[in-house]
Structures are given as C-alpha cells and as structure tokens.
Design a protein around this ligand. Structure first.
Ligand code: ZN
Length: 242
C-alpha cells in the first residue's frame, strides 16, 4: 500500500521543512494552504515558489509531489480576529498569549485538512507545529494534536495520523534537518524562498532570509539560524525521531 500524506503548507520555514520531510518518506504528497484573510499575500506567493523550486531541484521528490490545494477560510478569519488578520499591534495579551495567536486556528486547519485528506485518500496529516522555542500557542502542543487526531478519527471513522516532525526540535535543529533532508540546496530554498515575517517584509535578504528583522517571527528565525551557523551548520538525519 502506498504511503500518502497531506502537508499543511504555508510557505514558511517550518512547513517547507515538513514538506521536504514528507517527500523523503511518503510515496505521494499533496499540500494544502489556508487563506484566512492574512494581511499579506506574500505567504501565498512563497508557497508557489517553494513548491516550484523543490520540484526543480529534487527530481526524486518532484515525482511524489502531487496537487496543491488552497482552501478559503476567510469566514474563520473574520470570527477569530487577531493581529495576523486585522490591523492590530503584536503584543502580549492578558492571558499571556501573543496577540498573533488566532484562537482555534490549528483546530480549524486540521478539520479542513482531514476532510480534504478523506476525499483525496491521504492518510498522514503533516504539520510544522513545535513546542520547542515555543511562542506559547496552546494549539501547537502535541497534547492538543493528539486530542485532535482522536477526535478526527472518531468523528470521520478514519485512521489519520497527525505527524509533527518539528515538535521537539529547536529552530537551529530545523535548519540542521533541512540540510539532512536536502543538503545545502534545500537550506538555500528555505533561506531565500520561505516566508516567516509577520509584517510581510520581503525587501531585505538577511543571512537567515527575508523579513523585517524585528517581529517575533523574524527574531526566532534569526536566532535559530545564528545558533545553527555557530554550531558549524550540523546535519540532522531525516530518520531522527523525538
Ligand atoms: Zn518580521
């Protein structure tokens, strides 16, 4: 039986590495992105570029890379209004969560992804959620995702597996995994073509990639890159498990 996966793919650093991870181990991989009324369409453009560059640079993976799906979740964005979807400053809220937290976002993503995977015959749902270097998002916790997996399988009479290859990796280790999966060619795609900056800034290319350099997402990405470089740009095998 062929192994199939659907990668939740935003065009960011983490989901780009997840896409490579999935292409390394599944026979057929499709991608899904969500348009929930983000302030910046740069993320959506990054998705197209990253997919094209991966297909171009990795012929083995190109044969496994299937369709890309874009789902409209603007209605959800209107309900779960936050700094990412409305003009609001990025700050800490009373609950100790960053204002960039979109309540229920990952939960909604997985419901939509599972409905799509059901229709497309895909079994693994792969997401870049991470508890290390944790931004305090409660829906990135593995406990949350274990509960989501159980709920999806019960509610859809399915056998989905939610895979989170980055869950226990630091941002430096994510760069190391990129190198382990696809060498410096993949590192370069992640560095120059993936997009993480909350402000949608693409004009400046830093050592660690494009971005404003000061928002929390840029700071996390820059710190991870610097730690990886300081460690001598190590390689992490794709077989590495938490
Ligand atoms: Zn930024």
């Amino acid at each position: 039986m062929s192994k199939t996966a659907l990668v939740l793919f935003s065009g960011g650093q983490d989901s780009t590495v997840c896409l490579a991870w999935a292409l390394d181990r599944y026979d057929r991989v499709e991608t899904v992105g969500f348009d929930y009324g983000q302030r910046h369409s740069v993320e959506l453009e990054a998705r197209r570029t990253v997919r094209a560059k991966i297909a171009e640079g990795f012929p083995d993976w190109a044969g496994r890379l299937g369709e890309d799906h874009m789902l409209d979740l603007k209605g959800f964005g209107e309900v779960a209004d936050s700094a990412l979807t409305a003009d609001r400053a990025i700050e800490m809220t009373e609950k100790g969560l960053p204002s960039t937290f979109v309540p229920g976002r990952n939960l909604a993503f997985f419901v939509y992804a599972a409905a799509l995977a059901d229709r497309r015959g895909l079994r693994a749902l792969v997401g870049g959620m991470c508890e290390t270097d944790f931004s305090g998002y409660p829906d990135c916790r593995r406990d949350t995702l274990d509960a989501v997996q159980a709920a999806l399988n019960l509610g859809m009479a399915q056998d989905f597996v939610i895979e989170t290859p980055l869950m226990w990796l630091t941002k430096a280790e994510t760069w190391a995994l990129a190198r382990g999966l696809g060498g410096t060619g993949l590192v370069e795609i992640v560095r120059t073509d993936s997009h993480t900056c909350y402000l949608g800034e693409r004009r400046t290319l830093h050592a660690w990639g494009h971005g404003c350099g000061t928002c929390p997402a840029c700071e996390l990405r820059a710190r991870g890159w610097e730690a990886w470089v300081a460690a001598g740009r190590p390689t992490l095998g794709p077989e590495s498990r938490p």
